[in-house]
Design a protein around this ligand. Structure first.
Ligand SMILES: Cc1cc2nc3c(=O)[nH]c(=O)nc-3n(C[C@H](O)[C@H](O)[C@H](O)COP(=O)(O)OP(=O)(O)OC[C@H]3O[C@@H](n4cnc5c(N)ncnc54)[C@H](O)[C@@H]3O)c2cc1C
Length: 287
């Protein structure tokens, strides 16, 4: 339970943070809320020789709007998201999801940037970012680049982040007015990671689904966008056959690990149920 030795760095601007990270390459890690990284270090699953604390870096925190896009600084905490009236109004699914992460202590420290950059299939925000069509701004020694959340996740704990890069902002297109949304998360107990979870954002026109996106958490080594499942409900009134087709299409792409949260077949089964419930609840909220 004691981490290996490391050198602590606390830069006050992004350029210096990038410079330090880049100079130590794989030996260095960014430190945000520390609520994933520090436990991994204590278990010796990660032993970075250099930690670059982002808390002193100016400009990495805050929630803003740029036209039809919400831009969130990576160091914005889950608590900050829950406290934001703007997020509650235009991205209520972000409120719903943040409220289901761990407990207030973790949410006070844990950041949205750390949650999406971590690469843990159990993190809740990545699948939501896929569902919302978000993109990440990565700043490195060679400048900045924008990567779609859909292209970011490569495997468990493997992402598109290159050594030396820092995720600075997350951009989320504002969903259509009147959209329905739901994040359904099955846990063993309050505050746990998901056994299975599904995010749904949809619009309804004349009682039929007009647009739909479905994301899946902890049902594969990366978050998944369940495109075939979403297509199965578009144009339908979400009748029993459409719900069943969507759940089946989602289950078909799931490949969860068998672990303390249950065997593979169980997790796929409840994953399908999360999809069904999220679709029904999202439809009930759509204008
Ligand atoms: C008891 C407990 C229960 C939890 N339950 C849940 C849960 O149900 N759902 C859930 O989603 N999470 C859960 N978490 C994890 C929590 O949400 C973490 O806070 C989050 O995963 C990581 O955010 P962080 O700010 O703490 O990042 P850190 O732990 O500091 O960093 C995580 C990783 O991301 C990298 N990183 C961080 N920020 C950046 C950046 N800006 N640019 C580049 N790389 C960066 C770090 O180098 C590290 O590799 C739980 C944690 C605990 C302790």
């Amino acid at each position: 339970m004691i981490p290996g030795q490391f050198t602590y760095h606390r830069p006050d601007n992004l350029a210096d943070a990038v410079k330090i990270l880049a100079s130590f390459g794989d030996e260095a890690r960014a430190l945000a809320g520390g609520h994933s990284l520090v436990p991994m270090m204590k278990l010796r699953l990660a032993s970075p020789a250099h930690l670059v604390d982002l808390h002193g870096v100016a400009g990495l925190k805050g929630i803003g709007r740029n036209g039809d896009t919400i831009v969130i600084g990576a160091m914005t905490t889950q608590h900050d998201l829950l406290a934001s009236a703007e997020i509650g109004a235009v991205l209520p699914i972000l409120h719903e999801t943040a409220a289901l992460i761990a407990d207030p202590q973790v949410r006070y420290r844990g950041t949205i940037g750390g949650n999406v950059a971590n690469g843990d299939p159990g993190n809740d925000m990545p699948a939501l970012m896929l569902t919302l069509g978000a993109s990440y701004k990565l700043e490195g020694p060679n400048g900045a680049r924008e990567v779609a959340a859909a292209d970011f996740y490569q495997g468990a704990y493997f992402t598109a982040l290159e050594p030396g890069e820092i995720l600075s902002t997350i951009s989320i297109p504002v969903p259509a007015a009147g959209h329905g949304y739901a994040y359904e998360k099955l846990t063993r107990k309050v505050g746990d990671y998901a056994t299975a979870a599904a995010a749904v954002v949809l619009t309804m026109v004349g009682g039929k689904v007009a647009t739909c996106a479905i994301g899946l958490t902890n049902l594969h080594e990366t978050p998944l966008l369940a495109t075939d499942a979403a297509n199965a409900v578009i144009g339908t009134s979400l009748d029993a056959a459409a719900l069943q087709a969507a759940a089946a299409a989602a289950v078909a792409i799931m490949s969860p690990a068998a672990d303390a949260r249950g065997p593979v077949e169980y997790r796929k089964h409840v994953g399908g149920i999360m999809v069904t419930r999220a679709l029904q609840r999202a439809a009930s909220r759509a204008a």
